[in-house]
Design a protein around this ligand. Structure first.
Ligand code: COA
Length: 221
């Protein structure tokens, strides 16, 4: 007889990305990922669904998948049955005492969650492990950026993901909209600075997807 609650199938790249995220996450930061499935919009609680303006079904599915992960990560740190609505700014609203960040590409959602401690803010981005088109690279990169040793093929994609992760990490602290030109990423030193004076530490993986996690606070080297 089949199990009443069979485990979800291990969809492409989910397990290996989960391992890669766990390997890069700073101490105290919980991470997870979910291959976006049909029906994932049903994981939005009523409060969350109300907070997310009507958008394309694929986007609601992605937001549901990201919250599915985040609800579980919060439960892991003892916080259950809470909503993570969207503020009018777009930023997710985390339960008191916690911080986190969500992201999704066309296929995969990711989330990071922590209790507020030495780390005071988190930002995450996920991208396919494909070269960034030249026209987008031209929009994103400035002379202040330093590329690392991630390999030429994915360097632009990593830079793009880093700027998005940094933006998500600093927005909840400063409530300022930043452009790409306001964020200088140093992929050799694994950190970024913003024109608003924030320093953000970076960790990342490039397989099976590009994921960058940015965090403010923690132990400075
Ligand atoms: C935040 C932003 C960069 C996200 O980019 P995206 O490619 O649309 O989407 P992602 O999948 O990477 O991330 C979406 C998640 O970001 C989070 N997010 C949105 N706005 C946010 C903000 N101001 N602060 C922190 N997190 C935010 C939300 O959790 C959202 O998930 P949800 O829609 O399920 O709630 C974009 O929505 C935005 O606000 N851009 C304006 C500023 C900008 O583009 N500057 C240049 C880049 S630095």
């Amino acid at each position: 007889m089949p199990a009443a609650n069979p485990s979800p199938p291990d969809l492409p790249g989910e397990t290996s990305l989960a391992r890669a995220l766990a390997a890069i996450a700073p101490y105290g930061v919980h991470t997870g990922c979910r291959f976006i499935r049909e029906g994932d919009e049903t994981h939005l609680s009523p409060e969350e669904a109300r907070s997310i303006p009507a958008r394309r079904p694929a986007m609601r599915r992605a937001s549901g998948a990201a919250r599915w992960i985040a609800h579980r990560l919060l439960a892991d740190i003892g916080i259950k049955n809470v909503a993570i609505p969207r503020a009018p700014s777009g930023a997710p609203v985390w339960p008191d005492g916690t911080i986190g960040s969500l992201a999704h590409d066309d296929d995969m959602a990711v989330a990071a969650v922590a209790r507020i401690g030495q780390i005071v803010s988190l930002g995450i981005d996920v991208e396919p492990a494909l070269p960034l088109p030249d026209d987008i690279f031209a929009l994103v990169a400035t002379g202040a950026d330093r590329m690392g040793s991630a390999g030429q093929r994915l360097a632009g994609r990593l830079l793009f993901a880093a700027k998005e992760a940094v933006y998500k990490a600093v927005y909840p602290l400063d409530h300022q909209v930043l452009g790409y030109e306001d964020i200088a990423v140093d992929l050799k030193a694994d950190r970024a600075t913003t024109t608003t004076g924030r320093r953000v530490s970076l960790v990342y993986c490039t397989a099976p997807r590009v994921v960058v996690l940015g965090y403010v606070g923690g132990v400075e080297d």
